[in-house]
Structure formats: structure tokens, C-alpha cells
Design a protein around this ligand. Sequence first.
Ligand code: ZN
Length: 477
Amino acid sequence: MEYEIIVGLEVHVELSTKSKIYCSCTTDFGGEPNTHICPVCTGMPGVLPVLNKKVVEYAVKTGLATNCSIAKYSKQDRKNYFYPDLPKAYQISQYDLPLCRDGYIDIEVEGRTKRIGITRIHIEEDAGKLVHDQNETGTLIDYNRCGVPLIEIVTEPDMRSAQEARAFVESLRNILRYIDVSDCKMQEGSLRVDVNLSVRPKGQKEFGTRTEMKNLNSIRSMVRAIESEAKRQIEVIESGGIIVQETRRWDEHKGVSCSMRTKEEAHDYRYFPEPDLMPIVVDEEWKEEIKRSLPELPDARRKRYVNEYGLPGHDAFILTSSKALADFFEEAAGKCNNAKAVSNFILGDVSRILNDKGMEAEDIPFPAEYLAKLVKLVDQGTISTTIAKKVLEIMFEQKKDPQEIVREEGLEVVSDEKALAEVVKKVISNNTKLVEDYKKGKDKVFGFLVGQAMKETKGKANPRLLNKILKEELDKI
Ligand SMILES: [Zn+2]
């Protein structure tokens, strides 16, 4: 029987506000354990929380960027559970009246666009961190992260494969970085994904029983976890078993998930309205103000690149998949009037070098203007495309102006007819056998001879001129 995988995601994102959600402690990552804390975020008796307005602004910004409707009136609730990372024994979250709901993101998988629904986005506080491996006599607790603002983004169960889930997280992360509300570093835990997954025979309407997977520290481990859990569920069903609704923990080293606890229902948490905080009111004026502060988002930018620069949709998609890369492209394209060539350089050699060096677009060590200059050097015929690749490598190493590199290294195209004729003659006399073949009608030899001559000039010969001279010299024989 063929099965269909149903995936929904819950994404927790730490917001990059300066201070925590209900106190003025810093949100900086790292720092000695328990140095970014105060009586409020450690839940001392008698303290009162005060909501950080920036948190609401960032959450609304995210909601607007993901096509959600924004609640004019929402409230915060206590989610009760006992675990030592949560000193108050409840987390302040939002239950029945979240700040944002009914949005969507369009993702692209294998050239096709698909819309993934967003059920809701709400604000809440993060918990502390338990450190199990630094003390032999017990577990240590670091409350620095306690009270760091989070948004939780809950999707509809719209994804049908690990690839779609990957595309969603990548698109979401891209949007969050465009609007600058989080650094989205999965390795530092500022973006965390939980996966809800079920399987059903293809064609069946009802959903199967789902499990929830936690502890996915990278997109790669999320993809592996989805594939492994889908396989496990199918095996259970095929062997006549039933899927238990539970929370499972992904073990990255072993590549398997194991049962953590049976899934808790909302009523297990005894949610009730937080009595110490006022309801959140987002009036039309504030919402409009936040809307105006939004930058051009990846989707709109992609469409503009296709219309304005005539780029293929796929190229535009890759360029806009990182704000830094898109900004770099646009600045360079604006300075050389050849957007297609700039795009080709970025998608080709620039991406390859970044990849080899393990760098991100943010780390490109030279200004966009230099790439524009490089494109101009090629367009004007000063250097060949082969040499341009070499110059680009040097730009990454030495952060120098390409014009300077070309001058210093003597890389200009050789367009001196006399000099090229000399080279051609030498190549002809070194390859008498091949020249004979050519004369007998073996046209392929011509390309080889061009290559030899190009090699002689270390790739610097003006190709058009070289072809012309070689043709002429061969005709003379
Ligand atoms: Zn605090």
C-alpha cells in the first residue's frame, strides 16, 4: 500500500529584542550562567511582569509578513506545568486569543509553488536551560534564557514530505531575517522546530494518529527525523500495530527517535488568563505604522527581479533566498548595467567560493561595486571570462579592486595582432601532424589548436582575434 506523510510544524523563534519579555534583563546569548537574571525572570514571590512593547511589535511584524490577520484584542495566559527550567511553575503564553492567525507562506519545491497555511502566531516566554553534564552530583540550572521573548508559529498540516518541511523552514527563516526580528540561529537555539507527523494510506481522507518530535537542532536533523518517523509509523501499521499519540525525542547520533512521554492535551495545562497583565490592544493606527516599517519581502523582490531585470524565476528565487545576497546583487547590478552577468557570477563562482570556504553571503569580503567592476572588465573585453574567475578568487583573498588586480598581475587580454600571430605560428610549427589532419578536413582540430594558443598566452588572448589569426595562418598553408 502507498502512504502519504502529513506534516505540521511548530516553530519557536527567539526575538532579538534588547531586553526580556517581562523584565529589563538582557537577552544576549552566552554569558556566565545566571548573570542575566532578576527577581522577575526567576519567579520570586511578589514580583509583577511588565510586557515589553517591542515583543508585540515584532510579533505583529511577523504576522503581517506571513499574511496573518492581526487581533485587535488578545490576551496572555498561564500555561501550568512543573519542570525545573521554569521557576514560576507556569509559562506565560497565549491560549485562545493569539496575536496573529490565518496566514500563509508560499514555498517552492522542485520548481512548483505551494501554499502552506499558518494557523496562529502567539507570544510567550522562553524557559531556562538544564545542564546535565557539568556536575557529577546533579543537574545544574542556568536561568539566563528564562524570559527571553519567543513567538510560536503553528502551521496547518499542509506539508507532504520532508522536502516541503525544509522549504517551509527556509522560507520562514528568510522572511524573519528580512524583517530583522530574529537572528534565527538554529545551532544557538534561537529557531527551534517541533514536527507533528502522521501517515495515512493514499486516498484516505481522515488523518492518522500523529506524534510530535522534539530536539531537532538543524534543518538536516529535521529532514532525517521526518523520514525516519514516517518509516517507523508505516512499519507499525503494516505489522498490525497502532500509533500512539506521544511526544518523541530525536536522537541525532543514533538517527532514531524514542518515546518521551504520552502527548499532553491542552486541558492538562490548566490554562487560565494571566491576572497580572493587561490585555494586548493593537489599534489600526499602530498596525498601519508597523506595516509601513516592513521592508520589501522575498516574494515581492523575486517578482521584481523577474520583471525588472528579466532574470529566470529560479535565479531570482536563489538570489532572494538571503537578504544579504539580494542586497549585494542589487547594488552590483545597479552599478554595471548588466544584471544577468552579475546574477551569473553570484549564482556561479561567488556561490561556489562561499561554499568552499564555508562562508555566508554576509561574509563576502569585498564591496558589491567590485563585482560590478569585474563584470565591466569582461564586457569591455579587457579580460576574458576565464581570467575573470581567477580575478574573483584573488578578490576573495585580497579584498582588492579588480582593476588593480588586473593591472598588477598583467591579466589584460592580449589584442596585439603581431604578438598573437607569433603565438599562432609557434603552435602551428609544434603541431605539424595535427595541422595536416586539419588540412585534410578534420575540423575538430581547430578547437584544439585554439586551446593550445590560449594556453601559450595563459588564457589572456582575445578569443575572437585569436580565432581570426589562426584561421588566416592555416589558410596560408
Ligand atoms: Zn529578569
